[in-house]
Structure formats: C-alpha cells, structure tokens
Design a protein around this ligand. Structure first.
Ligand SMILES: Nc1ncnc2c1ncn2[C@@H]1O[C@H](COP(=O)(O)OP(=O)(O)OP(=O)(O)O)[C@@H](O)[C@H]1O
Length: 249
C-alpha cells in the first residue's frame, strides 16, 4: 500500500465564499474511501480540484510515487495520470451495445504508461469479457445500452472507466436513483474495483456507506471534520451536530 494522492492545506474561495478551507486528505493505493458531509460541504469541489476542473487558491495536490504536483496540469493531463471520474448521471452511448460501449472505452488508452502495467497482452475481447464480469453485465453484452436499467447503466459507465485502467477512481453518488438490490450490487462492484486501485466514493446514503465497510472522511465547511470507521465518525458529537442531526443527511 502506497500513498497515491496527498491533498494538503488546500483552500478555494468562490466570490468571497470559502468552499474549501485548509483541506488535507490522503488516499492510499489500494484503498476504498467514502466521503460524506452535508450539502455544500465541499465534496464536489474536492473532486473538481483533484481532477483539475477547479484550481485551488493555495495548497498542494501531490500524486504518485514521485509526488508530482497536479495543480499545474490540465484536466486531460490529470486523466492521463490515471484519475477517472464518474459523475452522478450515467453518460453511456445509448444506441451502442454494452460490448460496443466497453470496446470504445478500451480504444482510448489513457497514456503510454498504461501499457506498462499490463502484465501480458490481452485481446480487447478478453478484456471486455473480464470487465463485463466485474460489473455484473456479462449476460448483457449484446444489448443496446439504452435498454439497460438505471443501475445497469451506472455499472456500464464504471466499466468504461475501469477499461481505462485508472489508479484512482472518483465516484459521485453512485447509489442515487437505484433500487435496494442495485445499491447492493454497486457496493460489491466498488469493493472489487478497490482491491487493486484507489476508489473514492462521495455518497449521502448511509446504508450504502455502511455496506462499503471502509474508512470514511466527513467533510464540513470545506475541511475534514472527522475520519475513521463509519461507527467512529457517526459517534463523534460534532458530526452528529452538523450532519446526522440535520434533515438533509
Ligand atoms: N463554481 C462555483 N461558484 C460559486 N460557488 C461555488 C462553485 N462551486 C461550488 N460553490 C459553492 O461551494 C460550496 C461547496 O459546494 P460543493 O458542491 O463542493 O458541495 P458538496 O459537498 O458537493 O454539496 P452537495 O452534497 O450538495 O453536492 C457550496 O456552497 C457551493 O455553492
């Protein structure tokens, strides 16, 4: 296990409002991490900063073994380092089959370094079958993606990101709009994906976070309020006060 992402002392102000306030978060490889917090806590802005969509005013975002600074890089350069992001809304190609969607994602290698991590050459067909198995869609490969359920579309998009072989996968509210059964399968998919990489999940659904069974970071007003197991953070009086006691939790 190595330290993969080191966010330290990061602040970001929008029109005088401090959305991120001296934020420090460290993510290991491999690791599964849940980030929770009330609306406006800075969860999305944190992901925007890591992916280069938003530039921090101060602080450092360091990546990988060489502690490379990400703050000066473009979004494309950061993606090429191996950082994938799954937004809340699935964006699969509805008219293409599941297989075609995965094939397209494979045709888009994230950079020359990606090839080095392959231990042996694998055909696209093998890789597609492997990913389809990982995301529970092995029997759906010939179906147009538009026919899939909401949950299946989310899994397909996770599969398309896995096809890029990311070292860090950021996932925004994967459980939203899913049935209980879909939520359960989604936790399995994310846990499996996190065996060999870092997966950071932003989620409001506490049952979902409980099933992830991982370290939890609680954000509040742009900084870390508490960190540890879900039982540990939910027993913290400050967390109860600012988050769990509120109706939007
Ligand atoms: N581009 C922007 N311009 C102005 N204010 C912004 C911008 N992006 C975020 N903010 C503000 O920063 C704060 C943090 O927002 P952010 O979306 O990161 O919170 P969040 O924890 O993801 O919330 P939610 O759970 O509602 O998605 C909010 O008050 C938001 O209005």
């Amino acid at each position: 296990m190595i330290s993969l992402l080191e966010v330290s002392g990061v602040s970001k102000t929008f029109d005088g409002f401090r959305a991120i306030n001296n934020l420090s978060i460290q993510i290991n490889e491999p690791e599964l991490r849940a980030i929770i917090g009330p609306n406006g806590a800075g969860k999305t802005t944190f992901m925007d900063i890591v992916t280069g969509k938003t530039r921090p005013d101060t602080g450092q975002v360091l990546w990988g073994e060489r502690n490379e600074s990400l703050t000066g890089l473009s979004e494309a350069e950061i993606a090429n380092r191996g950082i994938g992001r799954k937004f809340q809304k699935p964006t699969v190609f509805e008219n293409q089959t599941v297989r075609q969607n995965l094939a397209m994602a494979l045709k888009n290698p994230r950079g020359p370094l990606a090839a080095l991590f392959f231990k042996e050459p694998q055909t696209d067909a093998d890789r597609i079958n492997e990913i389809a198995g990982e995301i529970g869609l092995a029997d759906q490969l010939p179906r147009p993606a538009g026919e899939l359920s909401h949950g299946q579309k989310q899994w397909l998009e996770i599969g398309m990101l896995l096809a890029q072989d990311p070292r860090l996968l950021l996932v925004d509210e994967p459980a939203a709009g899913m049935t209980a059964e879909e939520r359960e399968k989604t936790t399995d998919i994310l846990k499996r994906a996190a065996r060999t990489r870092a997966v950071v999940v932003v989620e409001h659904d506490m049952e979902f976070v409980r099933r992830l069974n991982c370290k939890v970071t609680v954000l509040h007003e742009g900084h870390v309020l508490a960190e540890g197991s879900l039982d540990h953070v939910t027993a913290d009086p400050t967390v109860i006060d600012v988050y769990l006691g509120r109706s939007d939790a």
